[in-house]
Design a protein around this ligand. Structure first.
Ligand code: AMP
Length: 395
């Protein structure tokens, strides 16, 4: 796997695909610089070598050249994060862009205008990719958030740099960390799969059954399993058409010697609201008109025991409606057990959507080994799919 550390960028222009698709407020101010900070190590390495950086990114989903999606809005935020005053050019291809690149000196950074002002970007257009490729000597992909897309700047462009292409540090570390779960994890390996629906997690479960020793199933998706086993789940979330599939998963897990852990008890509520009336309940005996919205106390300590005894942990999906404080205790207990295991030497990865928000919201972000930065891309890696942006560098 070639990364930026395999190249010396002295007097070279690095053409870097970054993911600066950052949130902006109504005054077009950046409200969260996480994605810019994530690309910083790659950019700094190149500048320290004596090279220059040409940054390309998308922002939002413009239909045409819409001002609100201009990357000019992020110039000062990028300059602040990198502590370098960056340059900006109002196009990403053509004469203006070429001229700005020609005038770029070692130690300087140029940000190109939004790639998605051209529909050729998402079309994966070869000619557009070729035009982009003329703006740098070495192509670096550090945009994990779009690595699962076969777009011009994320995948197609790589063919024009047969020898001079590599991963940025962020993308490389996402790949390395997911492989610590999927390829070289130390046993016992535990996956905590929660969230709303079985249907959105089924491919991940199927893929990881070959890799894990323990599978904890929590959150809304657990109720489809409980109902399929004959439990009464009241008004809880369920996908009736996935009950058969749930039984097949349990069967397959048994054949593969994976221990599946389902909740015992649950916090039930009389409505889907933080202010609802609540009580504890056996998960198989939920009264009509009540719904399970969080893991109950017995389940919390049962899940925590499994997690604390694990050496490798994947956390994908909350075990309750953590957005409402009344139903956050289960997810907090899981986060806390992961933090304990990590302190004791386990490797823990939090990846894919809502578990990332939960870990950050409850301030466990720095107590786990790795928090993934890419929702969709991480989900596809966990599903065992190869990502076009990764393949393009490896091929
Ligand atoms: P996902 O994006 O599939 O990981 O689902 C995350 C969502 O699942 C979060 O917004 C949670 O509020 C929701 N969730 C977790 N547990 C439950 C539950 N018992 N009932 C309904 N929704 C749930």
């Amino acid at each position: 796997m070639k990364t930026v550390t395999d190249f010396n960028f002295e007097n070279k222009k690095a053409l870097i695909r970054v993911d600066f698709n950052v949130p902006l407020d109504e005054n077009q101010q950046v409200t969260d610089t996480t994605r810019i900070e994530a690309a910083k190590p790659t950019i700094i390495k190149i500048l320290e070598d004596g090279g220059s950086c040409v940054l390309m990114s998308h922002l939002g989903r413009p239909k045409e050249r819409e001002e609100q999606f201009s990357l000019k809005h992020i110039i000062s935020a990028v300059s602040d994060v990198l502590s370098v005053q960056i340059k900006f050019v109002e196009d990403c291809v053509g004469d203006k862009a070429k001229e700005a690149v020609a005038n770029l000196h070692p130690g300087e950074i140029l940000l190109l205008e939004n790639l998605r002002y051209y529909k050729e970007e998402t079309d994966g257009d070869e000619d557009f990719a070729k035009q982009l490729s003329e703006l740098g000597d070495i192509y670096v992909n550090d945009a994990f958030g779009t690595a699962h897309r076969a777009h011009a700047s994320t995948a197609v462009i790589a063919q024009y740099f047969p020898e001079n292409k590599c991963f940025g540090m962020l993308l490389a570390s996402e790949i390395t960390n997911v492989n610590k779960i999927l390829s070289d994890g130390e046993a016992p390996i535990t996956a905590i799969i929660g969230g709303a629906k079985v249907s959105s997690k089924i491919t991940i479960i199927e893929n990881i059954l070959d890799k894990v020793d323990h599978l904890i199933i929590g959150g809304g998706m657990a109720f489809t399993f409980i109902k399929a086993q004959g439990g009464s789940i009241g008004n809880s979330l369920v996908e009736d058409d996935k009950q058969q599939l749930a039984l097949e998963i349990l069967d397959l897990a048994k054949k593969k010697n994976v221990e599946v852990h389902l909740p015992y008890d649950t916090v039930i509520a009389d409505s889907f609201s933080n202010e609802a009336k609540t009580q504890m309940c056996d998960i198989k005996a939920i009264p009509n008109d009540w719904m399970g919205l969080d893991a109950g106390p017995e389940t919390r300590s049962y899940f925590a025991d499994v997690i604390r005894n694990s050496k490798t942990i994947l956390f994908n999906g909350p075990v309750g409606v953590f957005e409402m404080p009344s139903f956050a205790a289960g997810t907090i207990a899981v986060c806390s057990a992961i933090a304990d295991a990590t302190k004791n030497g386990a490797f823990s990865l939090v990846g894919g959507g809502d578990s990332v928000s939960a870990v950050k919201q409850f301030n466990f972000g720095d107590q786990v080994s790795y928090v993934s930065t890419g929702g969709g891309a991480m989900l596809e890696m966990l599903e065992g799919k190869s990502l076009p942006g990764v393949e393009a560098i490896l091929s």
